[in-house]
Design a protein around this ligand. Structure first.
Ligand code: ADP
Ligand code: MG
Length: 771
């Protein structure tokens, strides 16, 4: 049984959902599928798993599974529930490569992708007695597919006398549940919907008369005004990304510093992100040294190391970048952002400094969990709480004590052109539904106020009612492959809550065909999965990378391919331009110089740009292995240290994964790997080509009628890529660009990605026929 701490028990009893326990549990008992809609913060995520446990749903030895679209939520909620129940061993989490499940686990939080994979292995989900799909309103692609599949699994389990029934609970914020309930393709009998009332107070929304362009400065101004003029109560500011969050937190801490704290508390308070701060300092030092001309040697594996104090980096605190995280926040900008420096002069902002200090905290998905948890800790005496957050605070996490919300109204999203695959990041208006969720965060403790940094006209005319489900916005290759591997051959007839466009499915099938993962079966007129497709589906990476892994098995190149795939999955391994808070110590020229060092001598053109990545990883790991420190090395050679740590982690995890899928090859991770020789490089090139068959480009002929030498020079760097009509340009840091004076750029190439900034660029080039 459960023995909760008295304090936990008191807090629980304040949650609106506690009053509904009986109604909820009866509905679950009586119906195979129940939809539970409730205001954010009403207690759905933390309490419903406990209700189920106490009602005996795990008595048979089966598990309660809870899926979350975000990794952060899966980890932090499992911790919270374990803590509340005072039974931490019972509650575990599993995210793609990482988890703490054990024999004792009874409640398992996981990302939706993890459950989808389990379905591929055991469609009936025999381990589970209940599946809770949490945050279903977020409409992540995997959530949609899970619900579609579960609508078929539940009836199967109803007839399964051996394993007993499976209960499905779909939980969502009070948003558009009709997509699930009024879709007869999905559930034949309409599932009951239970609405959890919450003690929500009135929130008054205030619009701006005009809509400012610079919403970060506008947010700063508004927060200052609230702090100066309005009675006590926490402030929650919504902006679009991690960089904006950090920028605002810094500024607000400068304006309203915390005075009365003990020294160590103060250090902690001022250190926005200690790790980054230290890197910043180290980088400064490194740059100074470079300026004095102390260092210009080619980084060989036994290259010189800079001396100096090592910054403290706690690897236990480190979390890998979510690969499948749907949150905009987790997506790094491909295009380096200018650091918009906020107007430093308080006068010009019309704000007064001093006065009551602010307790200002950042919140975004990549922030360490212990720092995220600070929002739940008490605010020091005499301070006003101010949290600056991305949309993670919209529904996933509830911050106590918020009375004022400042909402920029925007969201940052990664856009894929469904047909060409070109990616861009864009900041656009969110939806009316999202804006109302954000406003609702203000009315949890008392009547609240929401200050919207846009006009009511803009809200009325430019905000869509709801955000588009993710499945309509991204390529579905991986999904189609997963579904085929599960035996769902007729993808078009699948009960999607919102079906993707036919053209999207067709493009995905075509790409999988050219990868050799599918073949057209004339008799059934259906694309069937091939044995290669089957083995590809076992690797938890995108189909093009999965193919590279599947092919490496025969060639003994697996360790290299694992390094490559890990590196290609992580963004911005090599620092590009002065961006963010630590890279600014490098200027463009320095970066170019360092990149030339990486491009190095010798025939690296065999593999092209991916070779730079391989070199960088192996050199950095070699340094780490022999001198025990990688950071210094990264700093000196313009490598993003966090990316390197991520890659290390991914390599380890992919190695484990490969060993699970292909136990006979029994890989071990060798940190001190040497670089591939020419023969190996050539094989690797073929593997890269095989994975990138859908990204082929050909160099453009410069038409003779163009005579302007500048224009001609520009077009000499241009390629025709895929079915894109416009020319795409070699990236200035591509090895082929850096060497174009001595080696003619290749005519035919494969590339990793086309991305658009001021013009379209190619990332990651490999020549199809190297010189
Ligand atoms: P819902 O899922 O309905 O949005 P939750 O179950 O997530 O609600 O949250 C219920 C309450 O528990 C909220 O008031 C929230 O502030 C509190 N809570 C959640 N996680 C923590 C935590 N780690 N520490 C303290 N309080 C928490
Ligand atoms: Mg929740």
């Amino acid at each position: 049984s459960v023995h909760r701490h008295p304090e936990v028990q008191t807090n629980r009893e304040k949650l609106p959902i506690l009053a509904e326990e009986q109604i909820i549990m009866e509905a679950i008992h009586d119906h195979p599928v129940v939809v539970l809609a409730g205001e954010t913060g009403s207690g759905k995520t933390t309490q419903v798993p406990q209700f189920l446990y106490e009602a005996g749903y795990t008595k048979s030895g089966k598990l309660i599974g809870v899926t979350e679209p975000r990794r952060v939520a899966a980890m932090s909620m499992s911790q919270r529930v374990g803590f509340e129940m005072n039974l931490p061993d019972l509650v575990s989490y599993q995210i793609r490569f990482e988890g703490n499940t054990s024999e004792q686990t009874r409640i398992k939080f996981m990302t939706d992708g993890v459950l989808l994979r389990e379905m591929a292995k055991d469609f009936r989900l025999r381990k589970y007695s209940v599946i809770i799909i949490d945050e279903a309103h977020e409409r992540s692609v995997f959530t949609d597919i899970l619900i579609g599949n579960l609508s078929r699994i539940v009836p199967l389990r109803a007839k399964d006398t051996e394993n007993g029934p499976l209960k499905l609970i779909v939980m969502s914020a009070t948003l558009r549940v009709e997509d699930f309930t009024e879709n007869s393709k999905l559930f034949k009998t309409v599932p009951p919907v239970i609405k959890v009332e919450s003690r929500q107070f009135e929130t008054t929304c205030h619009f701006q008369r005009t809509t400012p362009d610079d919403y970060v400065s506008a947010a700063l101004k508004k927060a200052c005004k609230i702090h100066r003029e309005l009675p006590e109560g926490g402030i929650l500011i919504f902006v679009t990304g991690q960089q904006e969050v950090n920028q605002l937190v810094r500024k607000l801490r400068d304006l309203y510093p915390s005075k009365n704290l003990e020294k160590d508390q103060l250090d902690d308070f001022n250190g926005l992100d200690e790790e980054d701060e230290t890197i910043e300092k180290t980088l400064r030092k490194a740059t100074l040294k470079r300026k004095k001309g102390q260092q210009s040697k080619v980084p060989t594996r036994s290259g010189p190391m800079a001396k100096g104090v090592l910054p403290r980096v706690d690897l236990n605190q480190y979390r890998a970048i979510p690969l499948d995280d749907t949150e905009a926040d987790a997506m790094r900008d491909d295009q380096p952002e200018e650091e918009d420096v906020l107007e430093a002069d308080p006068e010009s902002l019309g704000v007064t400094t001093g006065g009551q200090p602010l307790w200002c905290l950042p919140l975004y998905s990549l922030l360490n969990s212990d720092k995220q948890a600070r929002i739940f800790e008490p605010v020091p005496e005499g301070h006003r709480l101010c949290v600056v957050s991305t949309n993670i605070a919209e529904t996933s996490l509830t911050i106590p004590g918020i009375k004022y919300v400042v909402d920029c109204g925007k969201v940052k999203t990664k856009f894929y052109d469904k047909l060409t695959g070109v990616t861009t990041y864009q900041v656009t208006w969110g939806s009316k539904a999202a804006a109302n969720q954000r406003a609702g965060r203000a009315g949890r403790v008392a009547p609240g106020h929401c200050y919207r940094l846009f006009s009511s006209e803009v809200f009325k005319n430019d905000f869509p009612l709801h955000a588009q489900p993710e499945i309509l916005k991204r390529p579905v290759d991986d999904l189609v492959l997963q579904m085929k591997a599960m035996g769902i051959m007729n993808v078009i007839n699948f009960p999607f809550p919102t079906p993707p466009e036919m053209s999207q499915l067709k493009v995905a099938e075509r790409r999988l065909l050219s990868l050799g993962a599918l073949r057209f079966d004339k008799a059934s007129k259906i694309h069937q999965i091939t044995p290669l497709g089957k083995s590809m589906s076992a690797f938890p990476v995108a189909p093009c990378f999965a193919k590279m892994l599947a092919l490496s098995e025969q060639q003994n190149l697996m360790p290299y391919t694992i390094s490559l795939v890990s590196a290609l999955t992580v963004q911005e391994v090599l620092l590009e331009t002065p961006v963010g808070n630590h890279e600014d110590s490098f200027n463009q020229d320095e970066v170019r110089k360092i990149r030339k060092i990486w491009a190095g001598k010798g025939n690296h053109l065999l593999l092209g740009d991916p070779m730079i990545l391989l070199k960088a990883i192996h050199a950095a790991e070699y340094e780490a292995g022999s001198r025990g420190n990688m950071l210094d090395f990264c700093n000196r050679y313009a490598l993003r240290h966090k990316a390197m740590i991520e890659i290390r982690k991914l390599r380890r995890q992919l190695t484990n994964e490969v060993n699970l899928v292909l136990p006979h090859i029994n890989l071990a991770l060798d940190p001190k790997m040497s670089l591939p020789d020419d023969n190996e490089s050539n094989l690797l090139r073929q593997i890269v080509l095989a994975g990138m068959v859908n990204q082929v480009g050909r160099r453009l002929e410069v038409p003779p009628n163009i005579t302007d030498p500048k224009e001609r020079a520009k077009l000499e760097n241009a390629y025709q890529c895929g079915n894109l009509a416009d020319p795409v340009f070699m990236h200035g840091r591509s090895i082929f660009f850096l060497k174009k004076k001595t080696v003619k750029p290749p005519e035919w190439i494969v590339y990793q990605e086309v991305f658009e900034t001021d013009r379209m660029h190619i990332r990651g080039m490999t020549a199809i026929e190297p010189e």
